[in-house]
Write a protein that binds this ligand. Structure first.
Ligand code: CTP
Ligand code: MG
Length: 177
C-alpha cells in the first residue's frame, strides 16, 4: 500500500510541478494571442500564457531530471524508473491538458478562474496520460498499473486542493481552486 502510494507520487511529480510553477511565473502574452473563437468568447483566455507554459514545462522537466539523477545515484530501483521521454511527456501533457480544459471551459461560457469541479483536478492527469499513450505507450502500461492508477486518482485532487490553498494564501493564485 505504502509502496503503491510512493510509486504513484514518484511517477506523477513531473506532472504535478508545471501547474503551480505556471501560476507562480505566468503572465504576459496569452497563448491564444487575445483571439476569440467562433462563439465570440476567448479561445483559451487570459489565464493561459506562454511564460506560464514554458516555465511550467521546464520546471517539470528539471525536477524529473533530478528524480532520474537521484534514482540512478542512490540506486533506488524500488521506484518506477523515469526516462527523458517520460518526464517530458508528463510535464508537457499536464499543461496541454490544462489548456484543453480551458478551451472547453470557455465554450461552456465559464470565465477565467471559474471553478469546474473534476475537470480542474483531473485535466493534468488526462493530458499527461494522453500524451504518454500516443508517444510512449509501453512506459505507460508498464508503470501505470491498476493499483497505481487508483492511487493517482485519489491523490491528485487532494494534492491539487492543498497546493491551491497554499497558493491562494500566499497571494499567488486568485482563487483557492
Ligand atoms: N498560468 C499561465 N499559463 C498557463 C497556465 C497557468 O500563465 N499555461 C497562470 C495564470 O496566471 C493563471 C494561473 O496560472 O491564472 C492559474 O492557472 P489556472 O487555475 O489553470 O488558470 P485560471 O486562471 O483558473 O484559468 P481557467 O479558468 O482557464 O482555468
Ligand atoms: Mg483555475
Amino acid at each position: 500500500m505504502l509502496s503503491t502510494l510512493l510509486a504513484a507520487f514518484w511517477i506523477m511529480v513531473p506532472a504535478y510541478v508545471p501547474n503551480p510553477v505556471a501560476a507562480l511565473c505566468g503572465g504576459g502574452t496569452p497563448i491564444d494571442f487575445d483571439k476569440n473563437y467562433a462563439d465570440g468568447r476567448r479561445l483559451l483566455g487570459e489565464g493561459k500564457t506562454y511564460r506560464g507554459l514554458i516555465c511550467g514545462v521546464l520546471a517539470g522537466i528539471a525536477v524529473g531530471a533530478l528524480q532520474i539523477w537521484l534514482a540512478g545515484t542512490y540506486g533506488w530501483t524500488f521506484l518506477p524508473q523515469h526516462t527523458a521521454a517520460s518526464i517530458v511527456l508528463l510535464s508537457l501533457g499536464a499543461l496541454l491538458g490544462d489548456m484543453g480544459k480551458s478551451f472547453i471551459k470557455r465554450r461552456l461560457g465559464k470565465n477565467r478562474g471559474d471553478s469546474w469541479p473534476i475537470a480542474d483536478q483531473y485535466d493534468l492527469v488526462a493530458g499527461a496520460f494522453a500524451l504518454m499513450l500516443v508517444f510512449d505507450p509501453s512506459w505507460l502500461f508498464s508503470n501505470i498499473t491498476l493499483p497505481v492508477l487508483i492511487v493517482i486518482l485519489i491523490l491528485t485532487p487532494i494534492l491539487h486542493r492543498a497546493v491551491n490553498i497554499i497558493g491562494y494564501l500566499c497571494g499567488v493564485k486568485k482563487e483557492p481552486w
